[in-house]
Design a protein around this ligand. Structure first.
Ligand code: GRF
Length: 210
């Protein structure tokens, strides 16, 4: 791996995915979380970052007037920290096309379903209502659409026979906490490549070929 891989994380909520990254990736193999940003000053994720000694900043829309201006400031902050990768860990705002275009294939998101099924809000509820037998977790690059970018990693999770939401949520979150850090490790190691002939297809290079 090349020297030092810098990660910025954006989070709006409780930040359990951020915590998984802090606990299992941050400070290892040259990977550093260099900043955690949020649209919500009250996000618990910010406390988690501070607890790990990671710098934080907040970008509430009210301070900027519109999403483009907010995202421009957030992008400047991220670039100022020299981030190689931006991880959306429960960041609940849609990013502007300008922001996405500024960091092509350098933003990843974790989504609680097997995309392209059940994009958007309440993916777990969508899966339960749809009657599928299997759902899961997807980590993908972010493009201008909603949960539509190239898929990096996926893991299936069976729907419990009683379709109990709490049990399914617990299984999905536990899987997210393994899959998102794994994707960050793979990207940092340079093992995630977009197919130049078909940019929707991501290839993970096996470890033995490094
Ligand atoms: C996760 O379920 C993730 O899939 C979704 O938002 C949730 C964030 O949870 N994008 P947390 O803030 O990491 O606990």
């Amino acid at each position: 791996m090349r020297d030092g891989f810098r990660v910025a994380v954006l989070a709006s909520g409780t930040g359990t995915n951020l915590q998984a990254i802090l606990d299992t990736v941050h400070g290892r193999d040259g990977i550093e979380v260099v900043g955690v940003g949020s649209d919500r000053p009250a996000a618990k994720a910010l406390e988690r970052a501070a607890g790990a000694g990671v710098e934080t900043d907040v970008f509430p829309i009210e301070n900027y007037g519109d999403r483009e201006a907010r995202d421009a400031a957030m992008g400047d902050w991220i670039e100022g920290h020299g981030a190689d990768l931006i991880v959306l860990a429960g960041y609940m705002q849609l990013l502007s096309p300008g922001f996405v275009g500024r960091f092509p294939n350098r933003i990843v998101n974790v989504h609680p379903a097997l995309l392209p099924s059940f994009p958007g809000l309440d993916a777990i509820g969508q899966a339960l209502e749809h009657g599928v037998g299997v759902t899961g977790v997807t980590v993908h690059f972010v493009d201008e659409g909603v949960d539509s970018g190239p898929i990096i990693l996926q893991r299936p999770i069976p729907i419990p026979p009683d379709r109990d939401r709490e049990a399914l949520e617990a299984a999905i979150h536990a899987t997210e906490h393994a899959l998102l850090p794994e994707a960050v490790r793979l990207i940092a190691a340079g093992r995630v490549k977009i197919n130049p002939e078909n940019p929707r297809i991501v290839r993970i290079r096996p470890e033995s070929q490094e």
